[in-house]
Write a protein that binds this ligand. Structure first.
Ligand code: SF4
Length: 131
């Protein structure tokens, strides 16, 4: 019989609870320290299949600012983060761009979309909100 113990700092909310997970024979046997069920779910996920979201930027040509922030529609497996960032950074846009636009559908076949999270108006002329 093997018994391991891992401690995580929960990143689900700003409380940052210290959560301890006991793993007996490869299965989670006990979770302690979480102040709510979301933290317990987070700790189990970290053991079984850790996921992360990405917040990064892409280049915008001809915009009032040179970059637009993006994020994923939902988290992806942690081991795919660097591939995902590389794929996102291969893309660039022409201004104007709008928050909420899907930049990449089904990123790397992972079933998640990359979304723009801010407006970037064109450098020349006023940004038309109703375009
Ligand atoms: S366990 Fe619950 S209360 Fe504690 S940090 Fe995680 S989400 Fe927040």
């Amino acid at each position: 019989m093997s018994l391991k113990e891992r401690t995580y700092t929960c990143i689900v909310c700003p409380n940052s609870c210290e959560i301890t997970v006991k793993i007996r024979d490869g299965s989670v046997s006990e979770v302690s320290g979480a102040s709510c069920p979301r933290g317990e779910d987070y700790a189990r996920q970290e053991i079984l299949a850790p996921v992360r979201n990405i917040a990064t930027t892409v280049l915008v040509r001809g915009g009032s600012i040179p970059l637009c922030s993006v994020r994923l529609s939902r988290p992806i497996p942690r081991e795919r983060i660097f591939d995902a960032i590389s794929a996102i950074h291969e893309v660039s846009l022409d201004a104007p761009v709008r928050a909420g636009t899907v930049l990449i559908q089904d990123l790397l076949g992972l079933g998640v979309d990359v979304l723009l999270t801010r407006d970037v108006p064109a450098l020349e002329g006023p940004f038309q909100k109703n375009e």
